[in-house]
Design a binder for this molecule. Sequence first.
Ligand SMILES: NC(=O)C1=CN([C@@H]2O[C@H](COP(=O)(O)OP(=O)(O)OC[C@H]3O[C@@H](n4cnc5c(N)ncnc54)[C@H](OP(=O)(O)O)[C@@H]3O)[C@@H](O)[C@H]2O)C=CC1
Ligand SMILES: O=C(O)CCC(=O)C(=O)O
Length: 431
Amino acid sequence: MTTLTVPSKTPAATATAPASPGRQALDSALFRLDQAADRLELDDNLRAMLATPRRSLTVSVPVRREDGRMDVVQGFRVQHNTTRGPAKGGIRFHPRTDVHEVTALAMGMTWKCALAGIPYGGAKGGVSVDPASLSARELERVTRRYVNEVLPIIGPERDVPTPDVGTDERTMAWIMDTYSVNAGYPVPGVTIGGPVTPGGAPDRAGATSRGVRVAALRALGGSPEGRTVAIQGFGKVGAPAARYLADAGCLVVAVSDRTGAVIDRSGLDVDDLRAWSEETGGVRGYRRADALSQEELLELDVDVLVPAAMEGAITEENATRVRAGLVVEGASSPTTPGADRVLADAGVTVVPDILANAGGVIVSYLEWLQDMQARSWSAREVDARLRGIVEDAFDTTAQVAAECGITLRQAAHVIGVGRVAEAHRARGLHS
Ligand SMILES: NC(=O)C1=CN([C@@H]2O[C@H](COP(=O)(O)OP(=O)(O)OC[C@H]3O[C@@H](n4cnc5c(N)ncnc54)[C@H](OP(=O)(O)O)[C@@H]3O)[C@@H](O)[C@H]2O)C=CC1
Ligand SMILES: O=C(O)CCC(=O)C(=O)O
């Protein structure tokens, strides 16, 4: 169990030794909670409960390599809060994943679900491994072993994983299979976001990106026609977001991934770029566009910047060079609190992660609802409901921001944290 202290008013990352990226992400999350708690005038007991994960499991995952060697990596599942409903959140495979990062992400899920008004708590999982360095069989062994270790705390009624960075439909299928073998009967509801068969939800892939599009268009106001967009990250969130924004009439002019960045001021052919990336392993070298550096992409003079890669991409240092008027956070926590201040002072609007990337968990919820009610909505109906929930959350957030004279991120946290605090009070866990 990781015990966190009540958040301090200044991020602990300012202490002597540089904190790990995961620790910095957690400090940012605690800072934002602290700000919201101040506005809501929460007492110290409630603050301590909200700053502390309800359950935090760290496991050792032995990986038998193809050459017979055995590596041992760490895996995590953190359930930050389950007061409003079962825990919900993705699983990421990334070499720098640690318990702090997973805790920060789980906390973000709690506020995200509350802001969207869906009856889930927040969780996240991770394994500190680089999936690109493993064979398919090694990856399957890591996944199955990780599931065996976290099995006591996941399940359809308690905590349901989905894909995140470095995991995908195939990972979800292995999780579902391992869980079902242990249960002795098929349990398709233990994951959402697996392949359509067995037990996968056809609308989940791309749902986060559809939510990004809804949030971006709401924030832009007016016609999206010809508005320029740069996207950092061309994975499960970034690539479909490029497609959906282009479909809406925007010009996606630049895209980056870990291999590099490319730009075409007249608008990239998103499908062609995706085909190139799938064929060659990345966007670098794409012949129908010019190359630029990953850092330059963040500083382009565009209407919309969509960070859709990792935490901490926009810092206090590079935020001064951001020229986009609107930042729509597809990624989790891509902007540091220091960068928030710089962007706010420069008049840049930031649609925060817990609002902009909520589309995935919203569609997870819609799939869960359909299963529970043994009914089936068309993709169009699911999409309309997704749009309605994101637009409502956006409008409520914008209204609170305007009334209180605060940023969209601060408003989103006031709403999300406030709803969870209210649920604690209603359940009598705290007076
Ligand atoms: N998947 C989902 O449904 C949801 C995801 N999110 C968040 O969205 C973000 C992305 O997740 P997802 O798309 O699933 O992850 P993926 O692993 O599918 O994609 C991540 C992308 O980011 C790129 N990337 C990594 N580092 C950099 C960098 N320094 N510069 C540019 N690009 C980089 C990767 O490049 P490469 O391909 O070369 O490795 C890849 O294209 C994460 O923060 C995640 O938590 C939030 C809500 C839901
Ligand atoms: O669909 C889900 O359960 C959660 C998706 C997720 O991990 C996220 O929103 O960050």
